[in-house]
Design a protein around this ligand. Sequence first.
Ligand SMILES: CSC[C@H]1O[C@H](OP(=O)(O)O)[C@H](O)[C@@H]1O
Ligand SMILES: Nc1ncnc2[nH]cnc12
Length: 304
Amino acid sequence: MDPNETVLVGCIGGSGLYHLDNLTVVKKIHVNTPWGEPSSPITISSLPSGALIAFISRHGPHHTITPSEVPNRANIAALKSIGVQAIVAFSAVGSLREEIAPGDFIIPDQVIDRTKSLREDTFFRNEGVVVHSMFGDPFSNKLNAFVAPRVQKILEEQHDGPVKLHTGKTVICMEGPAFSTRAESLMYRQFGGDIINMSVVPESKLARECEIDYTLICTSTDYDAWRVGHAPVTVEEVVKTLHTNAGNARAVAAGLLQDVHDVVAEGKVLDEIKGCMRFACVTRSDVQPEAAKKKLSFILPYFA
Ligand SMILES: CSC[C@H]1O[C@H](OP(=O)(O)O)[C@H](O)[C@@H]1O
Ligand SMILES: Nc1ncnc2[nH]cnc12
């Protein structure tokens, strides 16, 4: 990328959201990272103001990548390498609460990780460099707070009637690809889960390791498997809601990304994540392997 064309904001589309609307595509770029290639070429588009947005389709443009196989490290590292400082990610989720109906939007603020160690969830394994990132608040609180009222406003103005937004919720991330059993679904409710997906981990963890502000805008597609007297979720049910949800998600993206770009460009508001990795490394610099330092400098300046 030309340094004058730095892209500050990235967008990751999930199930049903394979491209954005109302933006002018500038180019599609193939970024190779030390962790391989992203799920899709990165589409660089311009907003009416000329600001650039980078888009990756999490499961590939034709949905060929399972949740366990998403090359999350490559996706996040590629976005970081082109200058991205904030990611607005989208996800289709199941609801674990009666009051979160299919079609509703949710911006969670907590995560419970129920993935099964099949996924590469850190840039710092087998490198000879030990790093522990802070992850108590898995999303950027400031970005969440910035985005929520704007999403609310956009959803109030949807032409088929207002769409409900829930905030302050907990997302369970399961491994999949099979959906949960009824017993698991009930257990997740007891854990305190409000919604469930298969993708927020490790995407959010890796964004944190790259010091990227990360927010997840979820759209509810189903009631999972916990409701007595109701059939458990199927893909057919998910797909029914996915189309409408994706339309609403595109409207949200179109209305939101300029504001997110502007607040990131100001460089003042989203300052809670930037710099968080500076003191996260336990391994003294003089014993860090040179090859690891070179590799890790792709994502963090501290290793250069
Ligand atoms: C198609 S249903 C299960 C699938 O949908 C969600 O994908 P994404 O988060 O990328 O929107 C969920 O996490 C599962 O991967
Ligand atoms: N019920 C569910 N479980 C996991 N991921 C989902 N994505 C959409 N619905 C889901």
